[in-house]
Design a protein around this ligand. Structure first.
Ligand SMILES: [Zn+2]
Length: 70
């Protein structure tokens, strides 16, 4: 049996410079979070290097305000 939620695939996006991790850092990784066996229910979170494998952090911490510095 698989345990949900779980981290699915993680994709690196070097050029991203606006989507943020929940800690406020720029999220260089796009992380799939699977809530059940149905792929249609997957959510995608942006995460920094430090949090890309931190499921608790990505599912419980509220998103950082998405302020884009110009
Ligand atoms: Zn982070």
């Amino acid at each position: 049996m698989k345990k949900y939620p779980m981290i699915g695939s993680t994709y690196k996006h070097k050029k991203n410079n606006c989507a943020k991790c929940r800690c406020g850092e720029i999220g260089r990784y796009k992380v799939e979070i699977r809530y059940n066996y149905m792929r249609g229910d997957d959510e995608v979170e942006w995460a920094c290097e430090e949090h890309k494998k931190d499921l608790d952090f990505l599912t419980t911490v509220p998103p950082a305000p998405n302020k884009v510095a110009r």
